[in-house]
Write a protein that binds this ligand. Structure first.
Ligand SMILES: [Zn+2]
Ligand SMILES: [Zn+2]
Length: 162
């Protein structure tokens, strides 16, 4: 995604294009993130004094492994407020947006991707995907978790240090 600065008219230049998902360099993350081509860029470049201001939106379809159940699901990652400023001294030079587009897509990734808000995850005991079936592990999962929390010593109530 390269812009030739002297091709930008005063009213600005539409920069609509696509980048291959390989620019995201996520090949080593394939067990939790898979990419789908392409990355879509709908940008507009303006020259302001000796800077090129590029604004717009970038988006990509990404497959994540759900942090709860592990199933892959596809979602659209969108950065609607892409904005970068590129200072330049030579108006006949070019600027390359690839790295900035890559960074803005990756920064928009969720920390804990979930296939659905209601994803029930895997049974911590037998590993059954609770979205697809139920298991015969007797204790409800949520109750177990609360019990663990209650057992955590707070250090305030009734604690006698020896
Ligand atoms: Zn899930
Ligand atoms: Zn189970």
């Amino acid at each position: 995604m390269i812009i030739q600065i002297d091709r930008i008219p005063w009213e600005g230049l539409e920069v609509h294009g696509e980048l291959p998902a390989t620019v995201l360099e996520l090949e080593n993350e394939a067990d939790r993130i898979r990419t789908c081509d392409p990355i879509l860029c709908r940008l507009r470049a303006h020259i302001v004094a000796h800077e090129v201001l590029v604004r717009g939106s970038v988006s990509a379809q990404i497959q994540f492994a759900c942090s709860r159940c592990g199933d892959f699901f596809t979602t659209t990652i969108r950065e609607p407020d892409f904005q970068e400023i590129f200072p330049f001294s030579d108006p006949h030079s070019t600027l390359d947006l690839t790295c900035d587009v890559r960074d803005s897509i990756i920064l928009a990734f969720p920390s804990f991707p979930r296939c659905a808000k209601t994803c029930r995850g895997l049974c911590p005991r037998c590993g059954t995907n609770l979205n697809e079936s139920t298991c015969s592990c007797s204790e409800p999962v949520m109750d177990d978790r609360w019990e663990v929390l209650e057992r955590v010593p707070t250090g305030k109530s009734g604690g006698t240090s020896s």
